[in-house]
Design a binder for this molecule. Structure first.
Ligand code: ADP
Ligand code: MG
Length: 731
């Protein structure tokens, strides 16, 4: 039988050039047509029900039973008009993906009449049989069941899969005692905490601010390769990354892919998934090639953070499904291929008020600039004080392969702010002193105002090596992994910002109580914060070795591996901070910590298993086959009476192959033993650390080295796994 590899290659030669292409329509003609927007709600709901929906979106007001029934009815009427038969609560359990359990509108009444109905109760709350979702022991400790509850702030939408259409209701997922079992609940709590903290600080400058929301615009990087190729690689199928594969003679060194023309097959795929995204109200804006071959990026217009998170996770799902139609495979893993760039998901984050002000955009007047400076410096202080937690928020087995590797920020959290803002901070530092008066404050504010407008003009002042960079009117958190749910990073960022703003408010208020003028008190506190946190600022090359040394000198945390990075969730500082803000209680934090460690262990375990399996069933048989050919050849030459030089080269190759075979085989055996030792450990943290050190670090690269050498030595016809050059360059 021919190998999957050769079949995949063959079918690529005869690939139909015609691929399904999305119809060319104006985006506005289809945008949001599968979403129960407020506009749609206005048409389908009576005034009273509509008002109650608005109140619950705007101020979290509870929807009562009769209103719930009316809203559910309206939703059903709309959904049925679009051919929907089922509904589901759509939630984000701690598996990192989304979950749904479909129920039909169809039911049979007591008297036997079949009808379609959707009751308020089913809209507002559901009880999925969810005993298999990770709970980190929470359900055991508290209550066996969990339930999902409607999140009205993220609109319901219709998911089309093939000919089936389902009404999806975004929900949170919590235990009966209220402990969160998902990513959305803590995110919503953190948004609430940030809102309260930011509004009270805004009131120093503008009493009209009633609400502050966090905004998020993510940039999603991904790889796309031929599905036949992907399916011929068991490692890609099971882990999302290639555990073996010699680098291709040509990689990304010519930089001919970045921003180049998009290959036609991929272009058709992009248009197709974009169209589905538009229907679902995901405001995609940008698409382009990324640096590595077969790597691409898309980005939407930013949105309120909770909605943006939902849209990102929805998009990842859509992309994977649509790719199938095009016989392509989307790889969202952080490092699908060694030696070329990995994929991230830059999280562009800011805060904006209901008065229409972006709190991280430099202001138009000296006064609004002081507000900007306040929020700007508070971000720096938050990132400085909780750098370890921010690092932990992006920790995963996949991201460990990316951070610090080709073109990815290191695991050291630092902030880039650019030349002008560095000058502004220095100015504040120098001029705010012991006898700082109101007059000094006014002058300083005016001087800052003169510097800041230049900022807006300066778009070139960018540093792409920083994990956390200010980009003119927002911060860009670049260390987030491409496969991650942004909720984790956003929950931590919102929380540390809320905690810092709360402390800032206290500090300023206590100065005011001592008789200081408000604006002087603010400037003095800003100065104090700059001094306390400036060591987290770094303008240089974050990829360089010098920075690692410098960061160590500065005492900045640098934890390269997930099991240890996750410790940051359980420090007393983190626990107190989260509990005070009511984002996570201690039990929830401990449960999450446990779940993240478990997930890490499982991922490394699966990778290790597939490595072993590929070695014994793919790599070694191919190598031995070729070894035999060489042996036959040498024997034959000897039989003919040839001596010495006649087969010296064959012997040399044979020796090399034999050595690599022995190393691979030996490495796999030892790795299996190491795994057994890990599996016997009962403490989860210790097991995760052991998996990291004694399995992954000790064997992955070592085994790979010999496998990749074999790939170069063994007859191409014998090799079963598609090679890097085939996956990355044949389209
Ligand atoms: P780039 O950073 O590549 O120059 P842009 O500045 O246009 O690109 O923005 C990148 C992303 O940042 C986009 O998703 C954009 O919507 C988002 N973004 C822009 N402004 C904000 C903001 N105030 N809050 C959050 N995200 C924002
Ligand atoms: Mg950007």
């Amino acid at each position: 039988m021919e190998s999957l590899r050769f079949n995949a290659l063959k079918s690529l030669q005869s690939h139909p050039t015609e691929v399904p292409v999305a119809a060319s329509k104006k985006v506005t003609a289809i945008f949001g047509e599968n979403v129960f927007t407020l506009d749609v709600a206005r048409h389908y709901l009576a005034d009273e029900a509509y008002k109650s929906l608005i109140a619950s979106i705007e101020s979290g007001k509870k929807i009562d039973r009769s209103m719930g029934n009316q809203i559910a009815n309206g939703m059903r009427a709309w959904a049925e008009s679009r051919g929907v038969t089922h509904f589901t609560h759509w939630f984000q359990p701690l598996t990192g993906t989304t979950a749904e359990k479909h129920d039909s509108f169809f039911t049979i009444k007591g008297d036997g009449t079949p009808i379609e109905q959707f009751e308020g109760d089913s809209l507002i709350q559901q009880e999925p049989d969810a005993s298999s979702f990770p709970s980190g022991g929470l359900r055991a400790t508290f209550e066996a069941r969990g339930y999902t509850a409607w999140d009205p702030s993220s609109p319901a939408f219709i998911m089309e899969i093939g000919h089936g259409k389902t009404l999806c209701i975004p929900t949170i997922y919590v235990s009966y005692t209220g402990e969160s079992l998902d990513t959305k609940t803590p995110l919503l709590r953190s948004l609430d905490a940030l809102n309260r903290a930011a509004v009270s600080v805004c009131h120093y400058f503008d009493r009209n601010v009633g609400h502050v929301k966090a905004t998020l615009g993510w940039e999603q990087e991904y790889f796309v390769i031929d599905a036949g190729m992907a399916n011929s690689r068991p490692d890609l199928v099971l882990t999302g990354r290639t555990v073996f594969g010699h680098s291709s003679a040509k990689g990304q060194q010519l930089e001919d892919h970045y921003f180049g023309s998009i290959p036609e097959r991929v272009y058709a795929f992009m248009r197709d998934f974009e169209e589905e995204s538009y229907r679902l109200g995901i405001p995609l804006r940008t698409r382009h090639n990324e640096v590595a071959p077969c790597q691409y990026e898309c980005a939407p217009i930013f949105e309120e953070a909770n909605l943006a998170v939902d849209h990102n996770i929805l998009l990842m799902d859509i992309m994977s499904r649509v790719a199938k139609r095009h016989n392509l495979k989307v790889l969202l893993h952080e490092k699908p291929f060694a030696g070329i760039n990995g994929s991230g998901k830059h999280n562009n984050w800011s805060m904006s008020t209901d008065t229409g002000v972006n709190l991280l955009a430099p202001g138009k007047t000296p006064k609004t600039n002081l507000m900007f400076l306040t929020f700007f410096v508070n971000v720096i202080k938050a990132v400085h004080d909780y750098a370890d937690l921010l690092r932990a928020s992006i920790a995963s087995a996949g991201n460990d392969h990316r951070l610090g590797a080709n073109e990815a920020p290191p695991a050291i959290i630092s902030i880039f702010i650019g030349k002008f803002l560095t000058e502004v901070l220095n100015e504040v530092k120098e001029r705010v002193g012991d006898n700082f008066t109101e007059q000094d404050e006014i002058l300083l504010k005016l001087d800052i105002h003169k510097t800041i407008p230049e900022l807006l003009l300066d778009n070139t002042d960018r540093n792409r090596t920083s994990p956390f960079a200010f980009t003119g009117n927002k911060f860009e958190f670049r260390a987030v992994g491409s496969s991650a749910n942004c909720a984790n990073a956003m929950t931590v960022l919102n929380s540390i910002m809320a905690a810092t703003l709360n402390a800032f408010k206290q500090d300023v208020d206590s100065l005011i109580e001592k008789g200081e003028k408000k604006e002087v008190a603010i400037m003095e506190t800003i100065k104090k914060y700059i001094v306390a946190s400036e060591k987290v600022l770094f303008e240089g090359d974050g990829y360089s070795d010098e920075w690692h040394a410098e960061a160590e000198r500065r005492g900045l945390p640098n934890v390269p591996t997930t099991p240890l990075a996750l410790d940051a969730f359980l420090t007393q500082v983190s626990k107190d901070m989260f509990e005070k803000l009511e984002v996570y209680n201690h039990a929830e934090l401990e449960a999450r910590h446990e779940i993240m460690l478990e997930e890490y262990i499982k991922r490394v375990q699966i990778e290790s298993r597939i490595m072993g399996e590929l070695c014994t069933s793919h790599i070694l048989p191919s190598a031995i086959k070729y070894q035999n050919i060489l042996i036959e050849n040498i024997k034959g030459l000897k039989d003919l009476g040839m001596i010495g030089n006649a087969f010296a080269n064959q012997v040399q190759i044979l020796e090399k192959i034999s050595k690599h075979i022995a190393e691979v085989s030996d490495g796999v055996e030892k790795m299996i033993e190491a795994r057994k030792a890990c599996n016997a450990m009962t403490n989860t943290r210790a097991r995760a650390i052991a998996y990291c050190n004694t399995v992954k670090e000790a064997y992955f690269d070592k085994i790979r080295y010999h496998v990749d050498k074999l790939e170069l030595l063994v007859d191409d016809q014998c090799w079963l796994l598609p090679k890097y050059r085939e996956m990355l360059f044949i389209r």
